[in-house]
Design a protein around this ligand. Structure first.
Ligand code: PRX
Length: 683
C-alpha cells in the first residue's frame, strides 16, 4: 500500500509516462526518459497500469509498454497526436498537417487545416448512435430531485439554444457571456454557442457584478445568458439582479437571456428575454457551423500576477482532443460509467471534465449544483450511492472539510460503484489523501491527484498508485527546469515546473494581449512553457508541487492574484498602501492576509475601514477573495529601492516571526518591528 511521504504526491513523467507534452524541472539534461523510468522501480509504469490504454495501444502495436509509448509520444509527436486526432474526433474535413508551431512568436497550431464542429462531436454523433443514453444527470441543490437528460434531449436543447442565439444575431466568432448555475441549460448554452461557431465565456456564478462586467467588457460580448436565480446549499442567489448590475456597466451588451431557474415568475426588463420561451419558439435548428480546428472555442478568465484577469483562449480541435483523451485515460473511463466531477462549470475543471471530456467520449456526466455539506456532510456520498457514480472528482478543500465531520457520514452510504477518486486544484495533504483513500475509497479505489491549470486545458501530470485494482490511468509528461531553463532529473532538485513540448490542449493566447501570453508563459525559460508553479523531485522521481512562484494564491482551490485584491483595496479613499499575501489555512489551503497603510488624513475608525474594505472586495471580486486577516500599520517594510518586501510579509502572515531571513536590505528596520508588534497584538 502506498504511503504518501508528503502532502504533495504528483508523479513526474518518470513515474507515469506517456502523455504528451514533456514536463521538466530542469538541470541535468542528458537523462533519457527510459533512464528516468528505470529509477522508479517500485512504482514502475508496469505496476501502475493494469490495462494500458487499449484504444491507444491498438493504434501503436509496436509499443510494448507505457514507457515506450511515452517516449514515442515525444519522439514522434505528430504521428502520435495525428493518429489520436483522427481516431477520437469527427471531422468535416480531415487535417493534412498535425502541428505547425512558431516558437519565436509563441504561435501554436494543431490540425490547422482540418474542419469540424465541437457540438457535433460532443452531442450529435452520440445522439445518432445511442439517442437514449443519459448524457447529463442534473443533481439539483435539494437531494433526490435529479433530472436525467439523454443525448437526444441534449441535442434538441443545443439546437434550440443555437436557434435562439442565431435569431438574436449572434454569428461565428461572436462572444457570448454565460452566467449560469451548473445546469443542463448551461451545458446546452455552451454547446449551442459551439454549434454556431460563437465563442462562449462562462463566468463563475459566484462572481460579483463588477467582476462579471469586466469579463464581459474584455471579451467584447454582446449577449449574456443568465438565470433569474439559483439555489446553492439552500440559499437563493439572485443572479438576475447581479447580471443587471453588470450589464448596466456594459453598453456593448444588447441582449440578455434569462432562464427561469427558480419557481418565481420572471420579471423582464426591455433588454431581457425569457430563454425557455425563446427556445420553445425555435422552429428549425441552425446547421452546425463548420469551424477551423484553430478557431476559438471559448474564453476563460483566470487570475495572473497582475490585477487584470487573463482571458485565456482555447481553440477547437486540440482542446477537444486533449479533454477527451485525458478524461478517458486518467479516469479509466469506460462506457456505462457515471462520471461525477463536482466542479462548477465556471472553472476549467468544469469545462474539461464536467462538459467536454465526458460528452466527447459519449459518457454520462453529473452536473452537481449543490455543496458538499447540504443538507449534511454526507451529500457527496449519498449522491454517489443514488446515482451509482463510478469516478468522483473533487477538490482537497472539500475533502478536508468533510473529514472533520467523521467517517459515519461516508460509511452509511454504499460506495461500491466507485473505482476512481480524483483530486484537483491544490495540493492534497497527507491526512486528506489517507481519508479519501481509506474511508471514501475503502482502500479499494485508485486515488488520482491531478495537476493542471486553466492554461493547459486538461490534466498534465497525474499521480496514481499501484492498487489491487489498478486503473488504466496513464499520461503526461512534465519537466522541471532550473533557473537557466535546463531540465533537472536529479533527486532532491527543485525548480520551475515547465513543459518542454507543445501539447494540443494548451491555451493559444490571452484575448487581446498575445504579448502578455508570450511574456508570462514562454519568456521566463527559453523553449519551455512555464506554469508559474515550483516543484521538487524526490528520491523516487516523483514531482512534488511546492506552490506558485508568482503572486498568485490558491484559496479553497480558487486561483486569485494578490494584485487583484490590492487594486480593489487601493480604491478606498483612506488607504495609501496595501500588500496582500497568502498564508496557510487548515481548510482552505491558503487564506488572504492584507497589510495596509492608511493615508495621513485618515480619520475613520480602523474597524470601519476594515469592514468597508471587506465589502468592497466582495462587491468587486467575489466572497472567496475577502481577506481573512487585516493588519493596519504605520508603514510597510521596504527595500532601499522602495519595493515592499513581500517575502518578509509572507513569513509574518505565516506566523514565522523568529526567522525572517535576510533583512539587511531593509530601508527602515523599525517598520518591520512595528509590524511584528502589531501582529502579536492581533486577536
Ligand atoms: O498552483 C497550481 C494549482 O492550481 C493552479 C491552477 O489553477 P487553475 O488554473 O484555477 O486550475 C485549477 C484546476 C485545474 C496551478 O498552477 N494546482 C492545480 N492542481 C494541483 C495544484 N497544486 C497542487 N496539486 C495539484 N494537484
Amino acid at each position: 500500500r502506498y504511503s504518501p511521504s508528503s502532502g504533495l504526491r504528483i508523479f513526474s513523467s518518470t513515474a507515469i509516462g506517456p502523455t504528451f507534452p514533456q514536463f521538466l524541472l530542469a538541470s541535468a539534461s542528458t537523462c533519457t526518459s527510459a533512464q528516468r523510468f528505470s529509477t522508479t522501480s517500485k512504482y514502475s509504469s508496469e505496476n501502475i497500469i493494469s490495462s494500458p490504454l487499449p484504444e491507444i495501444t491498438n493504434k501503436f502495436p509496436q509499443l510494448k509498454n507505457y514507457s515506450q509509448l511515452y517516449d514515442f509520444s515525444l519522439r514522434e509527436s505528430d504521428q502520435f497526436w495525428g493518429t489520436l486526432g483522427s481516431e477520437l474526433l469527427q471531422w468535416n474535413e480531415p487535417f493534412t498537417t498535425v502541428s505547425r508551431h512558431d516558437h519565436k512568436s509563441s504561435t501554436f497550431r494543431w490540425f490547422h487545416d482540418g474542419k469540424l464542429n465541437a457540438a457535433v462531436n460532443c452531442v450529435d454523433r452520440h445522439a445518432a448512435e445511442h439517442p437514449d443514453r443519459v448524457a447529463l444527470i442534473w443533481e439539483r441543490d435539494e437531494p433526490g430531485h435529479e433530472q436525467r437528460v439523454t443525448y437526444r434531449e441534449l441535442q434538441e436543447m443545443v439546437w434550440r439554444v443555437a436557434g435562439v442565439l442565431t435569431e438574436s444575431g449572434v454569428s461565428a466568432g461572436d462572444r457570448v457571456a454565460i452566467y449560469l448555475p451548473v445546469s443542463p441549460v448551461a451545458v446546452a448554452t455552451m454547446l449551442g454557442c459551439a454549434r454556431i461557431g460563437a465563442v462562449h465565456s462562462v463566468v463563475f456564478a459566484g462572481f460579483s457584478a463588477q467582476a462579471l462586467a469586466s469579463r464581459i467588457q474584455d471579451a467584447g460580448a454582446s449577449v449574456l445568458v443568465t438565470a433569474n436565480s439559483s439555489t446553492r446549499g439552500g440559499r437563493l442567489i439572485p443572479l438576475q439582479a447581479t447580471a443587471r448590475a453588470a450589464v448596466a456597466l456594459c453598453p456593448g451588451v444588447r441582449q440578455v437571456f434569462v432562464m427561469p431557474h427558480s419557481p418565481q415568475p420572471l420579471e423582464l426588463a426591455d433588454n431581457e428575454v425569457d430563454l425557455e420561451r425563446a427556445m420553445s419558439a425555435v422552429q428549425t435548428a441552425p446547421p452546425p457551423s463548420v469551424q477551423g480546428a484553430e478557431d476559438p472555442l471559448f474564453l476563460l478568465y483566470t487570475s495572473g500576477s497582475t490585477g487584470k484577469p487573463k482571458g485565456l483562449v482555447h481553440t477547437t480541435a486540440g482542446y477537444l482532443l486533449y479533454a477527451a483523451l485525458t478524461h478517458r485515460l486518467v479516469f479509466d473511463y469506460k462506457p456505462g460509467d457515471v462520471f461525477g466531477c463536482v466542479a462548477d462549470i465556471g472553472w476549467i475543471t468544469g469545462h474539461s471534465y464536467v462538459v467536454y471530456g465526458p460528452l466527447l467520449n459519449g459518457g454520462t456526466t453529473v452536473l452537481f449544483e449543490s455543496t458538499p455539506v447540504h443538507p449534511d456532510a454526507g451529500r457527496y456520498w449519498e449522491t454517489v450511492e443514488r446515482l451509482r457514480i463510478t469516478q468522483f472528482y473533487g477538490a482537497p478543500t472539500a475533502i478536508r472539510l468533510l473529514l472533520r465531520f467523521g467517517d459515519d457520514f461516508v460509511k452509511k452510504y454504499d460506495r461500491s460503484s466507485l473505482r476512481v477518486l480524483g483530486s484537483v486544484g491544490e495540493p492534497i495533504n497527507s491526512e486528506a489523501w489517507r481519508w479519501y483513500y481509506d474511508v471514501v475509497g475503502d482502500g479499494r479505489c485508485t486515488v488520482v491527484d491531478t495537476w493542471w491549470q486553466s492554461e493547459t486545458g486538461g490534466i498534465m501530470i497525474h499521480m496514481t498508485v499501484p492498487q489491487r485494482r489498478g486503473s488504466g490511468t496513464v499520461l503526461c509528461c512534465a519537466v522541471l527546469s532550473d533557473s537557466q531553463g535546463k531540465p533537472v532529473y536529479d533527486s532532491g532538485a527543485t525548480g520551475a515546473l515547465c513543459v518542454s513540448s507543445i501539447w494540443p490542449g494548451i491555451a493559444r493566447t490571452i484575448h487581446g494581449d498575445h504579448q502578455r501570453y508570450h511574456d508570462t508563459y514562454f519568456a521566463p525559460y527559453a523553449g519551455l512553457y512555464f506554469s508559474g508553479d515550483g516543484a521538487r523531485r524526490d528520491d523516487e522521481g516523483y514531482l512534488h508541487i511546492t506552490g506558485r512562484m508568482d503572486d498568485v494564491i490558491n484559496v479553497s482551490g480558487h486561483r486569485l492574484g494578490t494584485a487583484e485584491v490590492e487594486d480593489v483595496m487601493m480604491e478606498h479613499p483612506e488607504v495609501s498602501e496595501t500588500a496582500v499575501v497568502g498564508c496557510p489555512h487548515a481548510l482552505k489551503g491558503e487564506t488572504i492576509f492584507a497589510f495596509l497603510v492608511l493615508k495621513e488624513n485618515s480619520a475613520s475608525p480602523q474597524h470601519k475601514i476594515e469592514t468597508e474594505l471587506r465589502e468592497s472586495v466582495k462587491h468587486n471580486i467575489a466572497s472567496y477573495a475577502v481577506p481573512e486577516f487585516m493588519l493596519i500599520a504605520p508603514a510597510l517594510p521596504k527595500t532601499r529601492s522602495g519595493k515592499i518586501m513581500r517575502r518578509l510579509l509572507r513569513q509574518i502572515a505565516k506566523g514565522n516571526l523568529e526567522d525572517l531571513g535576510d533583512t539587511s536590505t531593509l530601508a527602515d528596520p523599525a517598520a518591520v518591528e512595528t509590524v511584528l508588534k502589531l501582529y502579536r497584538q492581533m486577536p
